[in-house]
Ligand binder design. Structure first.
Ligand SMILES: [Zn+2]
Length: 307
């Protein structure tokens, strides 16, 4: 073997080791850290949900406004490169007296196209926009474009100011909503919800602060009049499989694209897995899980379409 062949082989071996290590670290590695933790006190949540006077919601409706498709490993690290659907939803909580509130506002067509989302349903978007204008409150799980975008895109968004209940953290991080922006002064004009760990926002509805996926991330607990409980997880996890196998998104996504607090999200996954084991009857709806959506529709926990 010539000196140059040997050098070339050493260089190649070096690339395989370093490149392989980097691939594993960025795309596959997702061990649950032993010290990851998140406190989720369901007794306190339930107490708050009951504390607000008034009837609890009798119905939760859903619209699928758009859909992404991501490689599986972006959703659950190590799951490979097959494309998986990532539907984008908006929810409408309806009270017996006909009043209602919105949870998450998906995004408009322009934003969906900019984000490369292959699916967009204009009729669903129009129904959501109409519902926003009849709502008593509009909540978002977090400040990313596919949750806040539909709100920001309303031509008269300033007129919705009295019912917009974004949190202080969501208001304070416009950079996390990119490429979505509000008209000059509108975001700053919202009166933010300021709370520490938990707060009730309406009868049966409690916000649970859960920074990690983004600074303004929260989970939203809803207890229906019939006693059904559902936890809207926002994008703490994109799909329920993250909780089943206790794995995060690939580090390439969390660290370099989303700039997540990965440790905080791991803590939430661990807490949600423990909660699911202790209380399998408590429903959980991850941010973008079409399979879980189908089950919850089938069980009648959610109902299809804003009316
Ligand atoms: Zn999302």
């Amino acid at each position: 073997m010539s000196k140059w062949t040997r050098r070339a082989l050493i260089a190649l071996a070096f690339l395989v080791v370093v490149g392989g290590g980097a691939y594993y670290w960025l795309i596959v590695e997702s061990h649950m850290p032993a010290d990851a933790e998140f406190s989720l006190d369901m007794n306190a949540v339930r107490e708050l949900a009951d504390a607000m006077p008034g009837d609890k919601p009798e119905n939760i409706q859903v619209e699928q406004v758009a859909g992404f498709a991501f490689p599986a490993t972006a959703i659950v690290a190590g799951d490979g490169w097959a494309q998986k659907a990532m539907p984008v939803f908006s929810y409408r909580v309806v009270y017996p007296d006909g009043t209602s509130g919105i949870i998450d506002t998906a995004m408009d067509q322009k934003t969906a196209e900019a984000a490369g989302a292959p699916e967009f349903d204009q009729d669903a978007y129009d129904r959501m926009s109409a519902a926003m204008h009849k709502a008593s409150f509009i909540l978002i799980t977090h400040e990313h474009m596919d949750h806040i975008g539909g709100l920001a895109a309303q031509p008269d968004v300033a007129a919705l100011t009295p019912v917009v209940k974004i949190t202080k953290e969501q208001q304070d991080h416009p950079e996390r909503s990119a490429p979505v922006t509000f008209p000059e002064g509108v975001r700053e004009g919202f009166t933010p919800v300021v709370y520490d760990r938990l707060t009730a926002i309406a009868p049966g509805i409690v916000l649970i602060k859960a920074p990690g996926h983004s600074p303004g991330s929260q989970m939203i607990y809803v207890r229906k009049a019939d006693g059904t409980e559902i936890l809207f997880l926002g994008d703490a996890v994109w799909q329920f499989r993250n909780i089943e196998v206790m794995r995060e998104r690939a580090r390439l996504v969390t660290q370099f694209m989303l700039k997540e607090d990965r440790m905080a999200v791991f803590g939430q996954i661990k807490a949600l897995a423990a909660l699911h084991e202790a209380e399998p009857g408590l429903k959980m709806m991850p941010g973008h899980d079409g399979g879980m959506m189908a089950s919850l529709l089938e069980e009648g926990v959610l109902s299809k379409g804003f009316e």
